[in-house]
Ligand binder design. Structure first.
Ligand code: SAH
Length: 213
């Protein structure tokens, strides 16, 4: 697949829409303007890549809406030296955005079909997360913890305590919390047992599943 001037033009328009909707981080906008979202879409939906909407991908999952990707990434406040963990690799688009901000990105996906497909895509696009893991991210990724930033891209019925534990002091977790709809939450770890907690409005995600449900 190619990134044509037509795609680039559509992408510029999408970036303007994100700005109008309140995304103000120059870094996030810059990174998203450089990533061809159409590479991450299902073949039949490529023409919709620059609509600000979520679309189906394999295994009944979705590629998040660009606004949601921008919003979560902005809340995460990633710096280049940060070690970042993403739960819910999905299409890999959000992973690519994180890789534009830090070279140390770890990502976990529990649907094997998506895991395999997206891992191949990363290789093809020369994107290099530190680790692409097949497994249950509900428990985080303890082997390479702690992380400066953790991003959950599926709706969590509750906040997994393992994710809070796997943050560095000063670390941040951005996670949509709720069953039918979710509230975007940000936890900032101020000491081993203390967190500042902020909430940022309603969103809708596919569910974060664990091996019990
Ligand atoms: N960032 C992705 C979002 C995909 S939707 C994108 O923009 O394409 C959320 C993803 O989280 C789905 O792929 C789903 O399979 C995955 N997921 C759900 N529960 C999970 C869990 N416990 N561990 C890891 N991944 C999970």
């Amino acid at each position: 697949m190619e990134d044509t001037t037509k795609h680039q033009g559509l992408r510029r328009q999408l970036i303007e829409i994100l700005q109008e909707k309140g995304i103000s981080s120059a870094q996030v906008l810059q990174v998203m303007s450089s990533i061809p979202r159409h590479f991450f879409m299902d073949p039949g939906l490529v023409n919709f890549a620059y609509e600000d909407q979520a679309y189906p991908i394999a295994a009944d999952q979705t590629i998040s809406q660009p606004f949601t990707v921008a919003f979560q990434t902005q809340l995460l406040e990633v710096a280049p030296h940060h070690k970042v963990l993403e739960i819910g690799t999905g299409s890999g688009y959000q992973t690519a955005v994180l890789l534009g901000l830090s070279s140390q990105v770890y990502t976990v996906e529990r649907q094997q079909e998506l895991f395999k497909k997206t891992q191949r895509l990363f290789t093809k696009l020369n994107l290099r997360p530190k680790k692409v893991v097949f497994g249950d991210g509900y428990k985080g990724l303890p082997t390479t913890a702690p992380y400066d930033r953790i991003l959950v891209t599926a709706g969590a019925p509750e906040v997994p305590k393992e994710l809070l534990e796997q943050l560095t002091i000063g670390g941040k977790l951005v996670i949509p919390v709720g069953r039918k709809e979710q509230i975007m939450m940000r936890f900032s770890k101020t000491s081993e047992k203390n967190f500042d907690k902020e909430s940022f409005g309603k969103f809708r995600f596919v569910p974060l599943l664990n091996n019990k449900n």
